[in-house]
Ligand binder design. Sequence first.
Ligand SMILES: NC(=O)c1ccc[n+]([C@@H]2O[C@H](COP(=O)([O-])OP(=O)(O)OC[C@H]3O[C@@H](n4cnc5c(N)ncnc54)[C@H](O)[C@@H]3O)[C@@H](O)[C@H]2O)c1
Length: 263
Amino acid sequence: MDISDLKGKRAIVTGAGQGIGRAIALALAEAGANVAIADLNEQKAKEAASGIEKLGRKSLALKTDVSSMADIDRMITETVREFGSLDVMVNNAGVTRYAPIMELTEADWDSMHRVNAKGTFFAMQRAARQMIEQGNGGRIINIASISGKAFPGGSNAAYAASKAAVIVMSSVAALQLGQHNINVNAICPGITDTPLGDNIILQGAKVHNESTDDFIKRRTAPIPLGRQNEPEDIAAMAVYLAGPGGRNITGQSINVDGGLVMH
Ligand SMILES: NC(=O)c1ccc[n+]([C@@H]2O[C@H](COP(=O)([O-])OP(=O)(O)OC[C@H]3O[C@@H](n4cnc5c(N)ncnc54)[C@H](O)[C@@H]3O)[C@@H](O)[C@H]2O)c1
C-alpha cells in the first residue's frame, strides 16, 4: 500500500490562501489530488490555486466565507461541477487573536464561533451530504488546535472553546458517518509558523510587555521536541489521514505539536 497515494482524488481545503491551509492543499496535490482552494481572500486563493496547477493538478479558487451557508453550498457545488466529485474535505479556515479572558469582547466570541465552530460544522455537514450521495465514502479532516484540549499558554478562552467544539463535533460526526464509510478526524496543531502565528506573537508580546523574541522563547521553551511547527508538519498528517494509510482511523483528534500539550 502506498500510504499517501491520492491520485484521482478531489479535495477542498478551506482557508487555503496561506499558512497551514495552503501547505495542506499543496501536499494533497503533491500526493496526486485535484484541490479547490476556498478562502475569504480571493487574491490569495488564486495564488494558491496557481501553485497547485504548477504541480500538474487541477485547481479552483473559490472566494468563500465559511461562516456563510450560501458560500459553503456554492463551494461544494462548484467543486463538484468542476472536478466531478468530492472525496476529501479539509476544514481549516479559522480566526483568533491573542487576548486574556478579561479583554475578550462579544465580537471576538461571535467571530471565533461563527468561523471556527459554525463554519467547520456546516462545511463538514454539506461535504458529508455530497459524499453520501456519491456513495463511495470520503474523508473529512477538521483543523482544531491543542488549545481545544489544554494549552493555557494559548490565552484565549473563546478560541479554545471554539476549538473544543471542533474536536467534539468531529468525533460525533465520525460515529454517525462511519456507516457511509466516511472517516472524520481532527488535527490539533501546536504553535505553528504562519501569518496567524506571527500576529499572535506581536499581540502576545504587547499584552505581556516583552520583546517578541522573549515571547517566542517563553512559549517554545516547554516544547519537548524543541521547535514550533512548520505548516508542512500539519500537512503531512492531513495527507496521511486523507490517504490509504488513514483508511481505518476515525473519530480521533491528533496532536501535531512537538509534544507541547503534555505540559
Ligand atoms: N498558527 C498556529 O499556531 C495554529 C495553531 C493551532 C491551530 N491553528 C489553526 O489552523 C488553522 C489555520 O491557521 P493559520 O495559522 O494557517 O491561519 P492564517 O491566518 O495564517 O490563515 C488562515 C486563512 O484562512 C482564511 N480565512 C479566515 N477566515 C475565513 C473565512 N471566514 N472563510 C474562509 N477563509 C477564511 C484567511 O483568509 C487565511 O487565508 C486555523 O483553524 C487555526 O485556528 C493554527
